[in-house]
Design a protein around this ligand. Structure first.
Ligand SMILES: O=C(O)CCC(=O)C(=O)O
Ligand SMILES: [Fe+2]
Length: 197
């Protein structure tokens, strides 16, 4: 998992990712329960996979643009972000307004990804976000990205006459693969283009 000779760091990262994945599962449970879909929770958890990314953004040099990560939505089910004190993460609300996240050591950002947007039949918004760097201090962030092995079905509890089914069952890794093709790059919503009804 990590180059030899840094066992302590490796163990720390692993125990961190275990703790944050517990947080992810707690959030997921609350989401499933709030939609009366808790009967799908256990099987969903059994198919959950995680990716942990440790990211360093350095401050822009002279004549460099300030972008750290360009505007995107996550392709995960849920993402949990944690970072040092350097600002930079901006998130777009449903109304199109950009808000800057003000970090604190004890705060985590829980972000819905495109797979959760589809699972929730469009009820849960997967927000656009970006990182814009200013100043000269480096920004460090850790992202835990939860994915799903296999097919995600939209619970029947989330579709009715008022909320017609918007998404077909989809393979989450298939959605990721689709995103990395040119076809997905040209669409506003990867989920709609990949598995929209
Ligand atoms: O560094 C951050 O806070 C956000 C990173 C991000 O949006 C991503 O990796 O998808
Ligand atoms: Fe992201």
């Amino acid at each position: 998992m990590w180059p030899a000779g840094n066992g302590h760091f490796c163990e720390t990262v692993l125990s961190y990712s275990k703790l944050v994945s517990e947080l992810e599962q707690m959030v997921k449970k609350m989401v499933f329960e709030s939609y009366d879909a808790e009967k799908y929770y256990d099987s969903h958890i059994q198919s959950t996979t995680y990716l942990l990314r440790l990211i360093k953004y350095r401050g822009p040099q002279k004549n460099e643009t300030c972008i750290g990560t360009s505007c995107h939505t996550d392709k995960s089910f849920i993402t949990i972000l944690h970072q040092n004190e350097v600002c930079g993460l901006e998130i777009q609300t449903k109304d199109g307004e950009w808000i800057c996240f003000k970090p604190s050591p004890s705060s985590y950002v829980v972000m819905a990804g495109d797979a959760l947007l589809a699972w929730s039949n469009g009820r849960i918004h997967s927000p656009k976000h970006r990182v814009i760097m200013n100043g000269n201090k480096a920004r460090y962030s850790i992202g835990l990205f939860a994915y799903h092995r296999g097919i995600i079905e939209i619970p029947e509890e989330l579709a009715d006459e008022e909320h017609p089914l918007q998404f077909k069952p989809f393979n989450h890794y298939g959605l990721l693969h689709f995103y990395f093709t040119n076809k997905a790059g040209q669409t506003e919503s990867t989920a709609k283009a990949y598995c929209g009804v």
